[in-house]
Structures are given as C-alpha cells and as structure tokens.
Design a binder for this molecule. Structure first.
Ligand code: ATP
Ligand code: MG
Length: 342
C-alpha cells in the first residue's frame, strides 16, 4: 500500500532572540497510510506541535523548515511536494486535503462571531472559486456538525462561549472536517477536557474515521488515549522520533528507555497496580544538546558509547514486506524491557 503522506528528514528551526537558529524538529521520517492513525507522543517541548504545524506549513513567523521532504499523495499518485506548494494552491490543499485542530484551539473561536459565521468564513476562504450560496454553506456546516454528534440548529447560531468545552472541541473537529480532508491532524484535542468528555471525543473520532475513512495524526502526551486511537505510535524526544511501531509493539515491548519511561509514568487504571514512576531529570536544552544520545543524561542504560554517538533508528523487529517495522534509536535496545527501569 502507498503512503498518503511521506515525511523524510524533516527539519524545523526557530529563530531566537539573538538571531540564532534552534532546531526543534531534527530529521523526522514517517509514513501515514490511508485510514490509519499515527499517534505522536512525548513530553512537553519534544517538538510535536512544531512537526504538526510544519507539515501544514503553518509555523509561526520565527519558524522555518530548513530541510527535508513532505510528499502528499491524494488524488495524484505521483504525489505533490508540499514544501514547494505556494499561494492559493497551498491554501486550497490545506483544509481540503489536510486539516488541523490546533493545540489550545478551543479558545481560538472568535468570541464575537457566531459559530455558523466562522464555518462560513472557513469554507469561503478555502474554496474561493466555488460560489457557495448561504443555504449551501449552512447545509454543509450542519452536515459536518451532525457528524460530530452536535445539533446544528443549536450550535450554528450560538456564540462560542455559549457552548461547553466538549461541544466547542467537537465544533472545531467539525470545522476541520468540513471540506472532507483525507488527513486530520489533531494537536492535544482533549487535553483541557474532563475524562468522560475526553473518552466521548475519542470514541467519536473512531466512529468518524470508520465512516469517512480519513487518516489521523493524533498528537498527545496522554499515552492511554493514544493507545486507544492509534494504529502506530511514534515517540518524540528533543525533536526526533526515537521509537516507532504498531501500538501493541510500542506498549507491550518498547525498546527505547524513553518510551519505557513514558509508559511507566502513566498512572494505573486500577488501584493497587504498579505505582507510576516519573522519568528523572528534564529534557535537554535544544540550543545545547549533548553530543551523543540526547536521552543519555537521564537514562539508566547509558554507557560511554551513548555519550559519544547519537544512535540512528534501527529495526528492532521486522514486519512482513511492505509494512513499516518496529524501530528504536537506542544502542542498548536488546536489553531494554518494560519491567526494567529506564
Ligand atoms: P507540548 O507538549 O508542550 O505542546 P510540543 O512537543 O508540542 O510540547 P513544541 O511546541 O513543538 O513542543 O516545541 C518544541 C521546541 O520548540 C521547544 O523547545 C519550544 O520551546 C520551541 N518552540 C516552540 N515554539 C517556538 C517559537 N515560536 N519560537 C521559538 N521556539 C519555539
Ligand atoms: Mg504542543
């Protein structure tokens, strides 16, 4: 099967105060397949949002893509080089092919505009050539809201503050899906919500994906949610993917000490189960990365070799031809187990 989105050696840097460039995404590779969900997990500052925004070319002004390739294969099997798209072509591609629900976006609805008007604005901005009439816009908005299990009559004429957090988040998902994109990027879509609402949204995303067949990139620091939604999981650390595999590969047999640390830090569902253990130390300063493996200073497996060389991702378990394997960037992957300290 051909990937819908292929990312190769993607690099993103931010220009900082002193005019220095700091790399926040440092050579990321992955493939996203049709109807699959890829979860990106990792601690705060690991570069998850930067990667998501980079894919859509929506970085803030200080952010620059400094290298790599993003190939999108929608209706054109040859693929389109996303990093070369410009102007109206890029705007059309965005939202109608790949849409994003931004981190913290729940409060990003314009407070003085009714939700329905914001839907209309989005559609008109991204479909400039189609002369959409009022009734048509309203019907498509209503359809998208029904898809996320919201009552259009109630929502379209409301102001954002009149909706609950969960309803606002659903409305944002409806807005992202309104042009029926093939890829939906969700950046921490449930973080500000209570557990029951989180669960309801994750269930709804599952159902929607089954109905409509889009692919998702689900960015989250919540491993439990990620494991429910994702077919594949990639762990990010200091701007790199340091482990990736199928969801069972990663959660049952993680091979990078950092992934082990993340899993062991998850509070248990049942009382009396193993107590969570947090990873000691803090992520490195991206402007002053250690020379070898960037996790080595926090890692119980680290040896001199780890401090000397930054290990590349290597296959730790092969999959049948054509399927991406389980990969980890650790010299000591063979001795890494879920039941040993990270
Ligand atoms: P979180 O889980 O907190 O959302 P994240 O994994 O999404 O974190 P990013 O927001 O992508 O991480 O940040 C990655 C790195 O880039 C961090 O070191 C952050 O400080 C830096 N960074 C992010 N945005 C900017 C910016 N606009 N200017 C400069 N540096 C930035
Ligand atoms: Mg983020």
């Amino acid at each position: 099967e051909t990937a819908l989105l292929s990312v190769r050696d993607l690099r993103v840097a931010y220009r900082t105060g002193g005019g220095r460039m700091v790399e926040a995404v440092r050579g990321v590779d992955f493939d996203l397949y049709p109807e699959q969900t890829l979860a990106l997990v990792g601690e705060s500052g690991s570069g998850k949002s930067t990667l998501g925004l980079g894919l859509l070319r929506l970085l803030p002004r200080t952010g620059h893509i400094t290298g790599g390739e993003v190939v999108y294969r929608g209706s054109d099997p040859e693929g389109t080089d996303v990093l070369r798209m410009e102007g109206s072509r890029l705007r059309r591609w965005r939202w109608s092919e790949v849409a994003m629900v931004f981190q913290g976006a729940m409060n990003a609805f314009n407070p003085v505009l009714k939700v329905g008007d914001q839907f209309a604005d989005t559609m008109r901005a991204h479909l400039p050539r189609q002369r959409l009439g009022k009734a048509q816009v309203r019907e498509r908005s209503a359809e998208s809201l029904r898809a996320v299990r919201l009552e259009p009559g109630q929502v379209l004429d409301s102001y954002p503050h009149e909706l609950s957090g969960g309803m606002r988040q659903r409305a944002l998902i409806a807005l992202a899906l309104i042009l029926e994109p093939r890829v939906l990027v969700l950046d921490e879509p449930t973080t500000a919500l209570d557990l029951l609402t989180q669960r309801a949204i994750v269930d709804m995303l599952q159902e929607l994906r089954a109905e409509r067949g889009f692919s998702m990139i689900f960015i989250s620091h919540d491993l439990a949610l990620a494991s429910e939604l994702a077919d594949r999981v990639a762990t990010m650390y200091a701007g790199r993917i340091i482990e990736s595999g199928t969801t069972p590969d990663l959660f049952r047999a993680p091979r990078h000490p950092y992934t082990v640390g993340l899993i062991r830090a998850v509070p248990p569902v049942r009382a009396g189960a193993v107590e969570p253990v947090s990873i000691p130390g803090a992520p490195p300063n991206l402007a002053q990365l250690p020379p070898g493996c960037s996790f080595a200073p926090r890692c119980g497996h680290a040896t001199d070799a780890c401090e000397a060389t930054d290990p590349a991702l290597r296959t730790v378990e092969a999959r049948p031809a054509g399927q991406p394997s389980h990969e980890a960037a650790c010299l000591h992957w063979e001795s890494v187990r879920l039941d040993t300290a990270p």
